[in-house]
Design a binder for this molecule. Structure first.
Ligand code: TRP
Ligand code: SF4
Length: 325
C-alpha cells in the first residue's frame, strides 16, 4: 500500500507564484509515489474570514482550478472541500477535549497572527483552536507525511503531540506519527521586496494574463544604487535577479553580466524576465482556460473527492469512538 500524504490550503483568494514554488510543484511530484489527499481548508479560512464568508465557496472552486491547472490530477489524488466532510469537526471535538489550553496559547504562529492581523477580530474561541482542526485534518486520514512550509511546523508538532496524548489516554495506537516534508524552494519575495502575499498586493498570480505579468514584472523594485542606465548594478541585491535564478536559470549568468557591467537597462532586464515567467505560466494558463470551460466538472470532481475522503474519515471516526467508549 502506498504511504499517505495530506495537505491543505485555505481558499482566501487567487494563488500566486509563491504557492506554485512553495507547495504545488512539490505536491504534483508527490502524487506519483504516494496516495495524496489535498483539502480545500474552507473551515480554516472561515476562522479568520467569518465576516466575509460568502466568497469562500467560489474561492475554493477557483483554487481547485488552479491546482488542477498546475498538475494536481483527480485521477491520482483526492481533492475535496473540507466543509463537505463533517467528520473533520467530529474528530476536532474529540481532540479538543484532551488538548491543554497552554499548548494552544503558547503556539508561536497564533501569537504572531494575533499581533499582525489587525483588520479582523481573531480573539475567538475557534481561532485559538485552529491547530486542533488542523490536527484533525491530518489524523482523520492517518497521513504518514505532510508537505508544508516552515511556518506550519509548530502546527505539525502540535498535531503529533495531540496524537500521542490521544493514544496514551485511550491506551490504543489509533494514530501514527506523521512527518513534515519541507519544500526546499527559494523564498520568492513579492514585487515590492516584501514577503509575497495577497494582502500586500505584490503577487504575480497563476491566473494573470501575459500582459499583466509583464506590467507587474516591469514594476518590480530594482537595485536602488543603480540610478542611471550607465551605473553598474548589483544583481545580488536585486530581487529581479533572484527571479532570474528561479525562472530563467540559463540566462542568469548573462543577466549578471549585463547588470554588473551596465550593458543593459533595468527595463530590458525585466521585460526579458517576464518572457521566461510567461513561458513557465503558459501551460498552466492554457490548462486553466480549458478547465474553466466546464465548471460543473470541477464541482463533480470535488463531490467525488469528498465521497472518497469520507470513506477514510468514517473508518477513523469508528476507531476513535471505539477507543474512547
Ligand atoms: N494551516 C495551513 C495553512 O495556512 C492550511 C492547513 C489546514 C493545513 N489544514 C492543514 C496544512 C493540514 C497541512 C495539513 O497553510
Ligand atoms: Fe536588477 Fe536587472 Fe536592473 Fe540589474 S539590470 S538592477 S538585475 S533589474
Amino acid at each position: 500500500m502506498k504511504k499517505k500524504i495530506f495537505s491543505a490550503m485555505r481558499p482566501t483568494g487567487k494563488l500566486h507564484l509563491g504557492h506554485l514554488l512553495g507547495a504545488l510543484k512539490n505536491w504534483v511530484s508527490l502524487q506519483e509515489e504516494y496516495q495524496c489527499i489535498f483539502s480545500i481548508a474552507d473551515w480554516h479560512a472561515l476562522m479568520s474570514e467569518y465576516e466575509n464568508s460568502r466568497p469562500l465557496r467560489s474561492y475554493g472552486i477557483d483554487m481547485a482550478l488552479d491546482w488542477m491547472a498546475c498538475g494536481i490530477d483527480p485521477e491520482k489524488s483526492i481533492i475535496y472541500v473540507q466543509s463537505d466532510v463533517s467528520e473533520h469537526l467530529e474528530l476536532q471535538m474529540f481532540l479538543s477535549c484532551l488538548t491543554p489550553l497552554g499548548w494552544l496559547e503558547r503556539n508561536p504562529t497564533y501569537k504572531e497572527q494575533l499581533r499582525e492581523i489587525t483588520s479582523r477580530d481573531l480573539q475567538t474561541y475557534a481561532f485559538l483552536g485552529y491547530p486542533v482542526l488542523q490536527a484533525a485534518d491530518i489524523l482523520l486520514y492517518k497521513a504518514d507525511a505532510v508537505p508544508i512550509g516552515e511556518d506550519q511546523l509548530p502546527h505539525l508538532e502540535l498535531c503529533r503531540e495531540i496524537a500521542r496524548r490521544f493514544n496514551s489516554i485511550y491506551k490504543k495506537e489509533v494514530f501514527n506519527d506523521c512527518r513534515a516534508i519541507l519544500t526546499e524552494t527559494p523564498r520568492l519575495l513579492g514585487l515590492d521586496n516584501r514577503k509575497m502575499s495577497k494582502s500586500y498586493g505584490n503577487t504575480i498570480n497563476l491566473s494573470d494574463s501575459e500582459e499583466q505579468v509583464e506590467t507587474q514584472v516591469v514594476s518590480m523594485i530594482t537595485d536602488p544604487k543603480r540610478i542611471r542606465k550607465t551605473d553598474p548594478g548589483h544583481p545580488e541585491e536585486c530581487n529581479v535577479y533572484s527571479y532570474y535564478l528561479v525562472f530563467a536559470t540559463k540566462q542568469a549568468p548573462e543577466a549578471h553580466q549585463w547588470c554588473s557591467k551596465a550593458l543593459k537597462g533595468c527595463v530590458d532586464c525585466k521585460k526579458n524576465l517576464s518572457k521566461s515567467i510567461n513561458q513557465e505560466l503558459k501551460p498552466i494558463r492554457d490548462k486553466r482556460a480549458q478547465l474553466e470551460q466546464n465548471k460543473s466538472r470541477i464541482e463533480d470532481i470535488l463531490n467525488e473527492g469528498s465521497k472518497k475522503a469520507r470513506v477514510i474519515a468514517r473508518q477513523t471516526i469508528e476507531e476513535v469512538r471505539q477507543a474512547i467508549y
